[in-house]
Design a protein around this ligand. Sequence first.
Ligand SMILES: N[C@@H](CCC[C@H](N)C(=O)O)C(=O)O
Length: 259
Amino acid sequence: MQVTFYKYQGTGNDFIIIDNRQLDFPKNDTKLIARLCDRRFGIGADGLMLLEQHESYDFRMIYYNADGSTSTMCGNGGRCLVAFAKKLGLVISEAHFEASDGYHYAKINGDTIALQMIDVTEIKMNDTYQFVYTGSPHHVELVTNLNDYDVKMCGAKIRYSDLYGASGSNVNFVEQENENTFKVRTYERGVEDETLSCGTGVTAVAIAMHQLRKTLSTSIDLLVPGGKLQVRFSKEGQHYKNIFLIGPAEFVFEGNIKL
Ligand SMILES: N[C@@H](CCC[C@H](N)C(=O)O)C(=O)O
């Protein structure tokens, strides 16, 4: 079977996208997905997404990590899938879709996609770290000297620690740059390495930093190794709502593979 794939990236978090509206992609073939994402033996990506038909919304998002595991929500992936849906002509300036964590709305402005994330109602605050679920689980930790930090080694230690059990967590290391700007480097579960950006990760960081009162701003800039993202939200009581992850989502190339 010949399949056309599309490569997209959002601040360097890169994805293989396949139009699976005909439902012919072998969705349970973990080894195939891992091989397609492999940077030496395959196309290379942090994750693979399928765009499928949805009964009430514009489309459905199915996300796999680079190791082939089915995953929870991917913020940068969601933004890239919206850009792909626009390329397919499924949406024009707005999108409504369903992902593993439920309904999402997105606004399209050229290559900039603003994706609404799920509301956050619980933040676990600890002396040295916070835990925020933004559609995916995220450990957030302030560090000094982020540029020289061993994200892969320290991230893996936390991801596999007793703190998060068998399912683990993504791990974000953060350093404050100014009043409303934070630098972030993320160890991603399922890639098992640092990625250049993580959308659900920077969303967790923005909320954790606001909750910690490191910033009073509700529009926060996040500098990641792959570029710049913005997270905006409103706070109602103890709940964070109307959370938007904003940044570029770009088509890179397309090709055909024989499965
Ligand atoms: N890169 C993603 C997060 C993808 C999911 C994550 N690896 C997990 O398994 O939790 C993002 O942009 O949010």
